[in-house]
Design a binder for this molecule. Structure first.
Ligand code: HEC
Length: 178
């Protein structure tokens, strides 16, 4: 796929700007990186995108469903993971929400069937508005997140190589003070 620079560039610039801004306050005890710890912790490209949605133009009931979505779906990972996920169909969302349901149960909590349906209803409606009806905009966001995630993966590799280099060498074991 060809990178659409015109559409992708604003996201990249925004990312670089926020990365620079956060650098001053970032707490990285042993490593130096231009990326924040939460960026470095991203497991999916979608983790790096928006973590809230402007639902003010959505129907009332969907706005209520959104609140449930936020409460439930941000307790283990950022809600950005679902908000910027590539899936859009009701079937996909049913499958994913059910998969998360199982994880929630394993933690000893319960997600009621009604709440599960409300979350699916929200994700289905929102996918239609943001991901299907505005397909090309969403596609360029996805591309941009993919690019940033690639850079982050490289940075993680660099940092772990640095960590390994900092470890004491096997050839010079500590022999104690004589
Ligand atoms: C109990 C913890 C927990 C909760 C609560 C949770 N998730 Fe997740 N989620 C995970 C973990 C762990 C992963 C990592 C990948 C995996 O195991 O599927 C994940 C991954 C995902 C993914 C990416 C899956 C992929 O393979 O692309 C999506 C999308 C997602 N979650 C959506 C949701 C939604 C929507 C909700 C709310 C219904 C939710 N999550 C609530 C733990 C949770």
């Amino acid at each position: 796929m060809k990178l659409n620079l015109v559409k992708t560039l604003p996201f990249l610039i925004l990312f670089i700007l926020t990365a620079c801004q956060k650098q001053e306050t970032a707490e990285s005890p042993m490593q130096e990186s231009a990326m924040t710890s939460s960026e470095l912790a991203a497991k999916f490209p979608s983790d790096l995108g928006f973590s809230t949605i402007d639902v003010s133009a959505y129907p009332r009931d969907i706005q209520e469903d959104y609140k449930i979505f936020l409460a439930v779906c941000s307790s283990c990972h950022t809600p950005a993971r679902a908000i910027n996920a590539p899936m859009t169909s009701e079937q996909d969302w049913k499958r994913y929400v059910h998969r998360m349901h199982v994880k929630i149960e394993r933690r000893g909590y319960l997600l009621g069937k009604e709440d599960e349906e409300k979350i699916v209803a929200f994700l289905k409606y929102d996918s239609k508005i943001r991901k299907i009806d505005r397909k090309s905009e969403f596609a360029s966001q996805q591309e941009a997140l993919g690019v940033i995630f690639g850079q982050i993966s490289k940075e993680r590799e660099r940092l772990s190589r640095e960590e390994i280099n900092r470890l004491p060498k096997k050839e010079t074991p500590y022999v104690g003070v004589k």
